[in-house]
Write a protein that binds this ligand. Structure first.
Ligand SMILES: *[C@@H]1O[C@H](CO)[C@@H](O)[C@H](O)[C@H]1NC(C)=O
Length: 255
C-alpha cells in the first residue's frame, strides 16, 4: 500500500474513533431534530397538556413550555427542561430558549411542539421571529439542562379530582435540576409507615387508599448515570388535605 494512502486511512480511522467517543460520552452535546409550535395557540402553553399540570402547565416558566414526543418517556419526562435552539443562522440566536416539558405530542419528525411564545424566542430579532413563525417547522438542536425556579421550593398541588379521604392525586411543581422523579412514597408521620403511589399519567401521582394522618412525601430522584437518591421534604401534607390545595414542601434541590 502506498504510504500516503495508509496514512489517509489511519487518519480517517482516528477521526472516526474521536467522533464515536464523543457521541457515546457527551451528555451535554446538542442533538439534531426539528420543532414546530402549537397550532391555534395563544402566546403561552396549554392547560390540557398530557402531563396533567392544568393551568400551571400554561404559565410555568412564563409560558416557555413544550410538548415532546419520545422525550415524554411515559410521563417521566414531564417537568424536565431543555435548551432548544434553531439552526438557521440568518434567524436564530445562539442561546435559543429553555423550555419546560408539559405535554406529549408529535408531528412530522418533530421532537418538540413548543408554545408559540417559546418558538418565537429562538429568533434573533422581531423580524426574524416573524420569519420563523411563518416557517412553522424548523431544524433545531437541543440538550437537557437544569430547571431553575429562583425563590421557589418544591411544591405539591392536590389534584382537583381528589376525594378526601378515599382517593388522593397530586402533581409536583418547581423541581429544579436535571433529575427525574422515578418513584414517590407517602408516609404516615406518626409511625413512618410508607407506601408507594402510582404514576397515573404524566406528572400525576395517585393512590386509592391514602395513608391517614399528616403525611410526608418521599421522592426518588434519578439521573442519567443511574444514581438514585430519596429526597425527604421538611414540610408534611396536613392530615385534612383537600382537592385543590397547594403545599410548599420546604425543600429545593439544585442538581
Ligand atoms: C423554602 O423552604 C425553606 C425551608 O423550609 C423556607 O425557609 C423558605 O421560606 C421557603 N422558601 C419559599 C420561597 O417559600
Amino acid at each position: 500500500m502506498p504510504p500516503l494512502k495508509s496514512l489517509a486511512i489511519l487518519i480517517l480511522t482516528f477521526l472516526f474513533i474521536i467522533d464515536f467517543g464523543k457521541a457515546a460520552t457527551c451528555s451535554d452535546c446538542f442533538i439534531q431534530s426539528q420543532a414546530a409550535y402549537y397550532p391555534n395557540s395563544d402566546e403561552k402553553g396549554t392547560e390540557t397538556g398530557r402531563c396533567g399540570y392544568g393551568t400551571f402547565g400554561a404559565t410555568i416558566n412564563d409560558g416557555d413550555v413544550s410538548a415532546v414526543s419520545d422525550l415524554y418517556r411515559d410521563g417521566v419526562g414531564c417537568g424536565s427542561c431543555y435548551q432548544v435552539r434553531c439552526t438557521n443562522s440568518k434567524y436564530c440566536s445562539d442561546k435559543g430558549v429553555d423550555v419546560v416539558i408539559t405535554d406529549h405530542g408529535s408531528g412530522h419528525n418533530t421532537d418538540f411542539i413548543m408554545s408559540k411564545r417559546a418558538f418565537g424566542r429562538m429568533a434573533q430579532t422581531t423580524d426574524a421571529m416573524a420569519s420563523l413563525l411563518a416557517l412553522g417547522v424548523v431544524n433545531i438542536e437541543y440538550r437537557r439542562v437544569s430547571c431553575n425556579y429562583p425563590s421557589k421550593n418544591i411544591t405539591l398541588k392536590i389534584d382537583e379530582n381528589s376525594d378526601y379521604p378515599h382517593y388522593l392525586g397530586f402533581v409536583i411543581w418547581y423541581q429544579q435540576g436535571k433529575n427525574d422523579i422515578t418513584a414517590v412514597q407517602l408516609c404516615e408521620t406518626k409511625n413512618f409507615a410508607c407506601k408507594l403511589v402510582d404514576r397515573s399519567y404524566g406528572a400525576v401521582w395517585t393512590t386509592n387508599s391514602p395513608p391517614t394522618g399528616a403525611l410526608s412525601l418521599r421522592m426518588l430522584f434519578s439521573n442519567d448515570n443511574g444514581d438514585e437518591t430519596w429526597i425527604v421534604p421538611v414540610n408534611s401534607i396536613p392530615e385534612n388535605w383537600k382537592a385543590g390545595d397547594i403545599y410548599d414542601l420546604g425543600v429545593q434541590v439544585s442538581v
